[in-house]
Design a protein around this ligand. Structure first.
Ligand code: SF4
Length: 364
């Protein structure tokens, strides 16, 4: 796997999907030294289970530990810190990490109890976890989801869990974007494996998950976030910390240079229309056996259009799903290769939300 590669897999079994990514990238060869210390950094921002769309599925962590131990790597730790005011230990507990720790003899490190080292980048001084800074190989395991202040959170922002609570508060007073970029200049991940199973539509604490049933892996955290943004229907400029991190030399976010390697095709059907805040978006869709990844992208695309008050211009329901494979109807419009028999159709399997937005705007 090289820095421009993005490996993506679809499915609903995080453990199996993680294993497929690890085998394909040949993680053991990437790390090399069996004595290397390896930190796994999930997202446990709040003490809830992954179904709500906020936290990393623990089976991803289990799959990585099993893979690493099978390949002779035994210096593994799980490192995280909940947001200010919440308990990391409670997050570990509700997600079953004490049992994982006992079963695999892997320590749980609560960054709130860790020692910190002061680092300064771009005039911003921050307290960074000593464990993280001393780790040889850092595997970041973010959830791709919305965020009320930065619009989106993925690899770059998940590193905020490597800070003291005092520095987290300071990051908020500085508006998050510049400090997030600076933090990743101090230490960014050696590998990112993104939980894109059911990240939240617009809030990092979850509550409104959108099932997209995918995971993807990147070496470059900037490229990772650039790709994640496109899946959620954002332009890179909508997420300023991506460009700021690129300017600091953390990585390169140009998706034209990326090689997206799709390990399998999406297949499992979106089981329900979104509820809650996302429910009103569903009335603009006409789904028939739509894959989760495709349907989730469409929900994100419609959300972006709603944010700029253009959803009202969507006069026709957008068809989507495998049920349209045999349908030839010039009066309908649809997204995804399955709808190619309709009057207007966006190709792709699945198309990205950013491409869906352009397509839908052209229908106006
Ligand atoms: S284009 Fe069809 S097969 Fe491909 S992801 Fe969408 S619904 Fe599934």
């Amino acid at each position: 796997m090289n820095r421009h590669d993005i490996l993506i897999t679809y499915g609903s079994e995080p453990k199996t999907m993680t294993r497929a990514l690890l085998e394909r990238m040949d993680l053991a060869a990437m790390i090399g030294d069996r004595k290397a210390s390896i930190a796994l950094k999930p997202n446990l921002v709040v003490a809830v289970t992954p179904e709500g769309g906020a936290t990393t599925h623990p089976q991803i962590v289990v799959a990585i530990i099993e893979y690493l131990q099978e390949h002779g790597f035994n210096h593994i730790s799980i490192v995280e810190s909940a947001w200010v005011g919440d308990s990391t230990k409670e997050g570990f507990k509700v997600n079953g990490y004490p049992k994982i720790s006992r079963t695999y003899q892997v320590p749980l490190i609560d960054v709130k109890d860790d020692a910190y080292i002061h680092k300064t980048v771009d005039g911003i001084t921050m307290e960074v976890s000593k464990t993280i800074l001393e780790t040889d190989f850092l595997i970041n395991l973010p959830v791709l989801k919305g965020h009320c202040q930065t619009a989106m959170t993925c690899a770059l922002k998940n590193m905020k869990g490597c800070l003291s609570d005092r520095s987290k508060r300071m990051f908020h007073t500085l508006g998050l974007h510049r400090p997030i970029a600076a933090l990743n200049k101090v230490r960014s991940a050696d590998l990112v494996i993104v939980d894109g199973i059911n990240g939240d539509l617009d809030f990092e604490e979850g509550g409104n998950p959108v099932q997209t049933n995918r995971m993807f892996a990147c070496i470059d955290s900037v490229l990772c976030d650039s790709y994640g943004a496109s899946l959620m229907g954002f332009e890179r400029k909508d997420i300023p910390y991506i460009g700021m991190a690129e300017a600091l030399g953390v990585g390169e976010g140009d998706l034209d240079k990326a090689e997206v390697i799709q390990l399998n095709q999406p297949s499992d059907e979106a089981p329900f229309h979104p509820t809650g805040r996302a429910g009103y978006l569903a009335k603009h869709t006409n789904a028939d056996s739509a894959c989760s990844a495709c349907y989730g992208n469409l929900i994100h695309a419609l959300k972006r259009l709603d944010e700029v008050n253009r959803l009202k211009n969507v006069k026709q329901q957008i068809c989507i799903g495998q049920g349209y494979k045999q349908v030839n109807d010039p009066s309908k419009v649809g997204v995804g290769i399955c709808t190619r028999g309709l009057g207007k159709s966006l190709t792709g399997c699945p198309p990205k939300a950013i491409d869906m937005i352009k397509f839908i705007k052209e229908l106006e």
